[in-house]
Design a protein around this ligand. Sequence first.
Ligand SMILES: Nc1nc2c(ncn2[C@@H]2O[C@H](COP(=O)(O)O)[C@@H](O)[C@H]2O)c(=O)[nH]1
Ligand SMILES: [Mg+2]
Length: 499
Amino acid sequence: MTMEMDMLKPTSDSIFCNRELNFDSLDCIGFDMDYTIAEYLVPAFDLLAFNGAVDKLVDNLGYPDAVRNFVYDSNSFVRGLLIDIKRGNFIKIDRHKYVRQAMHGVSEMSSSYRKVVYHNTFNKVDSFSNREYVPMDTLFQLVDASIYAQLINLKDSEEYDFLDGKTYEELYRDVRGAVDLCHRDGVIKDEVARNPSKYIKKDAGMVEMLKRLKDDGKKVFLLTNSLWEYTQTVMSYLVDPSDTPSGDWADLFEVVIVGSAKPKFLIDPYQQLFRVNREDGSLQNTDGVYEIEAMNPNGAEKFLAKGKVFQGGNWQHLQAMLNIESGESVLYVGDHLYSDVLRSKRTLGWRTALIVPELEHEMRVYEEERAEGKAIEALRTLRKRNAENVDRLKYDNLQQGGGLEKEIEECEAKDEQVKKILAPMADSYHKRYNPTWGQLFKAGYQDSRFSFYVNNYACIYTTRASNFKFVSGKRSIRTGIEKMPHERRMDDWATLQED
Ligand SMILES: Nc1nc2c(ncn2[C@@H]2O[C@H](COP(=O)(O)O)[C@@H](O)[C@H]2O)c(=O)[nH]1
Ligand SMILES: [Mg+2]
């Protein structure tokens, strides 16, 4: 392969584009911290929440000791699924909200049973937006899913009176409460502070990337739901004192907002802003936007000179501090499908980048299985054409008063043969990505809910935030030419003729 060809190859460093993004038109670039600036080492990091929550279920809530035998496998669940907490199911839907796969606890549901439970009628398509369904929009939820699935199995075994007395929904609420507490009581964060190298991946490119954006004239900010103490732990592990002239990681940012309570930060105009005293973590009230305006001219500059680390607040504070006039001039980079990407884009018109660490594995398998993928596509096309052909023959048969029955029968038999070959091929292809849930971006042959979010709410997406180190402040990231199904089919036909 020539060097030029090599550079065209999509890799885990590439940035993929859904909506054209001109870096030159961006004034500010913001980053989420957890799973964006900070990549966690799995399963070690997840096991902190998993073991902590299991202990809390048994010790605090009286769950049977058998819960301590639960095992954590980080591949059992994937982002983008929905948890049906009323029925104890996990479902994978496509972009049309059709349920393509379902598990009850740790057991796969048969397709016939799944269709009975989640059938859509022509006038009623489930929106999956009510409280019975919990979307798995962040990697943090893989722990909830794993414990919940194993609890469902334990309950269904009917061996424990304690579990017989609980509904599936109550089990879910207990798991949620136990995991939530682990994020607040130090079970996770104190241990990460004691031993950061065991839990956080150090990415040398991250600091380089932040510096490059700053040198290119962008105002860079950090906006995280983590509180100050933990943000300080993580960022001072990731940024070496020698990385900045002052030895202070916060110098890489114009503004740092911790404990932002996204998505509230992006939608609630009344959320109060506090200044954080970095010495002792204490909070001081601010009058936010009024204070900045009262100090004009250069109110924002004077306001930030008093300290640039804040807790809480809302987008209006951020926009005033950074003199942001339009949402279009802000790019926010995050990993949460709803809080970081959907809300910031829909509510504020910010441009968005989604971090998808899973993409590296998805791309690797896609490449390794390309021949199989192409063969499956060819067989699918054959089935579609065959179905059209049969219909055309039936039409002709009617018109001419019979005579084509044998030909129709042969075509239908051929389709049955193709179907028998295709089904197991597609199944094993799918399992190469994840033994249970298959390809992250697909549900059946359609785009998955995960894909839908990526396509509709992420202007760009990439495996890790440090990939922005390859982007200059002047670069336009462009889409390919989008194609409608009729255009794709005409292209396919033209290619066939050329071959
Ligand atoms: N109280 C809870 N905190 C949680 C939970 N799941 C994750 N988290 C914490 O949120 C932030 C994420 O920060 P961001 O940088 O991605 O905005 C981090 O501190 C997590 O520990 C939860 O269930 N309960
Ligand atoms: Mg995050």
